[in-house]
Ligand binder design. Structure first.
Ligand SMILES: [Zn+2]
Length: 386
């Protein structure tokens, strides 16, 4: 499977200045190529190369490989845009959003990421340095760092291109790595994962051994609440600096949420590995029905976050050879995990589950996770019956 490993570059101030000048140059060139593509309605790499290759090399001081990458980057951006238009992701034909997207060329930020192949970037793993092309000449001995695992993966499995990324003052290389598939081991039971808001995730096995673990959403929800209030205040101001601050906050919140999701996914997969179990996840197709909140944008926000956590878990599980089953989440919150009785009255409160039939009591999220685990066992048995 393919995965992307991020290592942090530690450039000297001089090297950083050369990297920054390079990103500015390649993205200025990308904007020029994009304008040509838009004006001529020609979006294929081959055609764009004919019209722009010599010009961007001469005008922006790009090396041959860098110019090729710029052109490919623009062609890829239009392919993505056209796929999104076709899929209706930018609204129906004639809608405001869609018209805006169609009426001007794709633009690139001055510090947008730039792909590098082995001819413009070479790695010296033992010295932990790279040599990288810039518009100020080739930079040698640019130091980098990463976790031991990241470094081992890059050393053993890096294939093809890496992206140079400048984010929040830091410099990074996102290296594409190709690692061998780990065979899925036969699960000894399942760990059910219930997704929620007060608790981002709750895990439990099928046995009523009290092994429910809740991953609290307190920290994340507090950040979201603070940002919501700030947004309200700043939106009233309508100034440019307020808009900038809002954008910065939004990106920071997205990153924080992703970090939290990564960390939870890692803990869940580690727990499944340790106990030899598979992981049962809710099939998120119907998530909108489950998250019944007052404000529609919150549904979008949380469903996005649920999907991210689900995909992080599935991805990490695959790397660890842990079986994953997606189950139907209907009534998991109302069903008694001890006797199977389904009743809305089994949920007297947000946090409590109390079975009207057998009297079984448990934290509501743990009960739901236990139901999901049981459905995981059943789902695995069905799909592996032959
Ligand atoms: Zn019961």
């Amino acid at each position: 499977m393919k995965l992307v490993v991020r290592v942090r570059l530690l450039p000297t101030p001089e090297q950083a200045a050369a990297l920054e000048a390079t990103l500015h140059a390649v993205n200025a060139a990308a904007n020029l190529v994009s304008a040509v593509a838009f004006d001529r309605r020609c979006f294929r790499t081959y055609d764009l190369r004919k019209h722009t290759y010599h010009r961007i090399k001469a005008d922006h001081g790009l090396a041959a490989q860098a110019a090729q990458h710029v052109i490919k980057k623009v062609a890829d951006a239009y392919r993505t845009l056209h796929a999104n238009l076709k899929a209706g992701n930018l609204g129906a034909p004639g809608s405001k959003r869609r018209t805006r997207a169609e009426s001007k060329p794709v633009t690139f930020r001055p510090d947008a990421a730039q792909p590098y192949d082995d001819r413009c970037l070479s790695w010296q793993m033992r010295e932990r340095t790279v040599s990288i092309w810039t518009i100020r000449g080739r930079l040698k001995n640019v130091a980098f760092t990463g976790s031991p695992q990241q470094l081992t993966t890059v050393a053993a499995c890096r294939r093809g291109e890496s992206d140079l990324v400048h984010r929040d003052g830091g410099w990074y290389l996102y290296a594409t790595c190709e690692v061998g598939d780990v065979p899925v081991s036969e699960p000894d039971g399942f760990l059910g994962v219930d997704l929620g808001i007060a608790n981002i995730a709750t895990t439990a096995g099928t046995a009523t051994a009290g092994d429910g673990v809740r991953y609290s959403g307190k920290g994340l929800n507090a950040v979201r609440r603070r940002n919501r209030e700030l947004r309200r205040r700043l939106q009233a101001k309508r100034t440019k600096s307020a808009r900038r601050l809002l954008k910065k906050r939004r990106r920071k919140e997205t990153r924080f949420a992703a970090d939290v999701n990564h960390s939870i996914a890692k803990q869940i997969v580690t727990e499944a590995t340790r106990t030899g179990r598979g992981i049962a996840l809710e099939d998120l197709q119907g998530i909108r029905d489950r998250v019944r909140l007052r404000k529609p944008q919150r549904v979008t926000l949380h469903s996005w976050s649920f999907h991210q956590l689900g995909s992080f878990i599935a991805y990490k599980a695959r790397r660890a050879g842990v079986a994953v089953v997606h189950v139907d989440p209907a009534y998991t919150s109302q069903e008694c995990s001890a006797c199977g009785h389904i009743d809305r009255a089994n949920r007297p409160g947000q946090k409590t589950f109390l079975c009207m039939l057998c009297g079984f009591a448990e934290h509501a999220d743990v009960n739901a996770a236990r139901n999901i685990a049981a459905r995981g066992v059943a789902g695995w048995a069905v799909s592996h019956a032959a």
